[in-house]
Ligand binder design. Structure first.
Ligand SMILES: Nc1nc(=O)c2c([nH]1)NC[C@@H]1CN(c3ccc(C(=O)N[C@@H](CCC(=O)O)C(=O)O)cc3)C=[N+]21
Length: 288
């Protein structure tokens, strides 16, 4: 079997074209969705990611503002800037790029963002709302993964989803979202014995371990759907995932590539959340 690729970049582009139209209509009603992206420090990879985010905003007509702060910026100063945008009606979404410098607490920063502008879906209020099935901003990478599986008309209800990884940003919430879609969900992680025995039961295997080409074909049930969330750089500078692509391709039914898989979906769901936030702030209903 040769797996069919789930091309995140194409699904993302189709969604962005629809969003363009949605934003155009909102603007006719005087609403301009606005996103503020804040980065602290000069890490080149992080800078390139946030520039990608503001470029994507422009593509769909969202007013994207990038704030670049020096590495030495104090936590107090960052919190003051967040407070300024919490109180700015033209701003519907605030994203502070992670990781932050060591002298700034991620938790303090995430909790300082108004839950109504937390388009990353990282605030404990949004995590709680997601868990209890209330209206919430869903975290972008997990949300994008569900959307790309749905775009391929792959059934989720009743399927066994195995998540490898338990980060707050990807692993934990992606399992929750698939549970909300009526899947049976199992989590594996670094302390799981006999991991292969579990992952080989997965109908849908979601790999978010952060280790280059860690998952080979021996972890995959023939015909499984494999979602590779990893982004790692190889010695030759090329990007690769947490899955050995050529091996997974031989055995899976569907597979996401890296790059052009989950990454572009993450950014697209950020745009989606910003548009939703603009609607919700004007009491316009909008669904995920
Ligand atoms: N507050 C916050 N929110 C985030 O959503 C967030 C963050 N911090 N910190 C870093 C991670 C990483 N992340 C990516 C999003 C898209 C691509 C992406 O589009 N990647 C392209 C390739 C890009 C390239 O060529 O380097 C692809 O996979 O095709 C990658 C990485 C969002 N993150």
């Amino acid at each position: 079997m040769v797996a069919e690729l789930i091309k995140g970049n194409e699904i993302a582009q189709a969604k962005r074209n629809e969003m363009k139209e949605e934003v155009r209509k909102l603007k006719e009603g005087g609403i301009v969705p606005g996103l503020v992206v804040i980065i602290v420090g000069e890490d080149p990879a992080s800078l390139s990611y946030v520039r990608g985010k503001t470029k994507a905003c422009k593509q769909v007509g969202i007013d994207g503002k990038l704030i670049e702060l020096a590495e030495e910026t104090t936590e107090e100063k960052l919190l003051a800037i967040i407070e300024q945008y919490n109180n700015d009606e033209a701003c519907h979404g605030i994203l502070v790029q992670l990781p932050l410098p060591k002298h700034i607490s991620d938790t303090s920063v995430i909790e300082a963002i108004s839950p109504e502008k937390d388009v990353d879906g990282f605030h404990p209020i949004n995590i709680g709302r997601m868990m209890t099935g209330q209206r919430a901003f869903l975290p972008c990478t997990p949300f994008g993964i569900v959307e790309m599986v749905k775009a391929k008309n792959i059934q989720i209800e009743g399927k066994h989803v195995v998540v490898i990884g338990r980060s707050n940003i990807v692993g934990k919430p992606v399992g929750q979202l698939f549970l909300n879609e009526n899947a049976t969900v199992t989590y594996c992680h670094s302390r799981t014995p006999n991991m292969k025995e579990i992952t080989r039961q997965a109908d849908i295997l979601i790999v978010a371990v952060g280790k280059k080409e860690f998952i080979g074909k021996d972890y995959i049930k023939p015909g499984a759907v494999v979602i590779d969330v990893g982004i790692n750089r190889k010695e030759d500078g090329k990007l690769t995932g947490d899955v050995v692509f050529e091996e997974a391709e031989e055995i899976a039914s569907y597979l996401t590539p890296v790059p052009k898989g989950v990454g572009p979906m993450t950014i697209t769901m950020l745009l989606q959340n910003t548009i939703l936030s603009a609607k919700w702030s004007h009491q316009i209903e909008g669904v995920h």
